[in-house]
Design a protein around this ligand. Sequence first.
Ligand SMILES: [Zn+2]
Length: 426
Amino acid sequence: MDLNTRVKAEIDNRRDALVALTRELIAIPTLNPPGRNYLEICEYLAARLAARGFTTELIRAKDAPGDSDRFPRWNLVARIDGARPGDCVHFNSHHDVVELGHGWTRDPFGGQIEGDRIYGRGACDMKGGLAASIIAAEAFLAACPDFAGAIEISATADEESGGFGGVAYLAQQGRFDPARVQHVIIPEPLHKDQICLGHRGVWWAEIETHGRIAHGSMPFLGDSAIRHMGVVLEEMEKTLFPLLANKHTEMPVIPEGARASTLNINSIHGGEPEQDADYTGLPAPCVADRCRIIIDRRFLIEEEIGQVKAEIANLMERAKARRPQFSYEIRDLFEVQPSMTDRDAPIVRSTASAIEAVLGREAAYVVSPGTYDQKHIDRIGRLKNCIAYGPGLLELAHQPDEWVGISDMADSAKVMALVLAELLAR
Ligand SMILES: [Zn+2]
């Protein structure tokens, strides 16, 4: 039997183990926010991987955003070195899951099995992918104990809230230094036949319009910040949204609608603060002296962030030209550059040929509309040879009754194991 056939047989032998591992991970409720049970899941994984010869390290992102003694940001990095020097292949999964929300008809932490599906919060995003990568590594090690290089598996905190207590922290510590790690797969739920090369860029900003408070019965004595904002929104409708919809990208973003620039107005608030739900009084009559919106602009690899910001600055100046007393402020909140790994990068090529070998069809290449931890590996770690590839359907992420397909997990574990065989069995 050749190595690829043996590796695939080792995965088939581990189907029950793959299901059990996924269910055990789902049973640890690592809800974020606030960041529960991070130590518990890291210790569980460390014990499992140490038993299979991995060296394990638990790393707390001390004082990272979100880290506290009550909710410490724990991460696990496990590594196994081969018999000879060679490349290191790193699988990075986030261990946190988002809140449950309403609408569940199954126990979100029960790992209920129905046919080919396992249900639970995090089943697809992304405990199924984490389990698949562990089984892939274990199967490869069994089939090829005499490998070259190293395998690393990390389980990291806080991807759902920006990754600052997780991958960003590890990258700052040099954990993704290209001298230490050469290939990265992030098993996010992009489906077993797709390779995700990267993501669009992000710019979040707060825009505030200024007015002057006065009695609501004599609004002419004040100056309404909400009316100023109305003109800003009108400018957006008239000029900005059509402009963005016409900016198309060469990036293969999915879904198709995200293959252009987009802008979401995340929130709007003007005037008196909203009262608690149990407040029974009426509002006081006031002219709003402040109005704020938060904008979430997603931009393309063909765009420069400076140009993205200039579009908003110009729009605000157009609004200002129309209103004598208008004044405003724009505050930057957050930005991420777009990221797209080259199709010729070694990890992309090996994953594409493994998908063909396992599924008998060509890999599809996609780019994510939103960002994930690749941003930190790229920007802080300076490591470009990175993709997202894993089982599960992105549409199910963060939904009630989230599930992952057992056959999809097994197939993508085979793909990941064949990638190890191609890169490390030398
Ligand atoms: Zn995820």
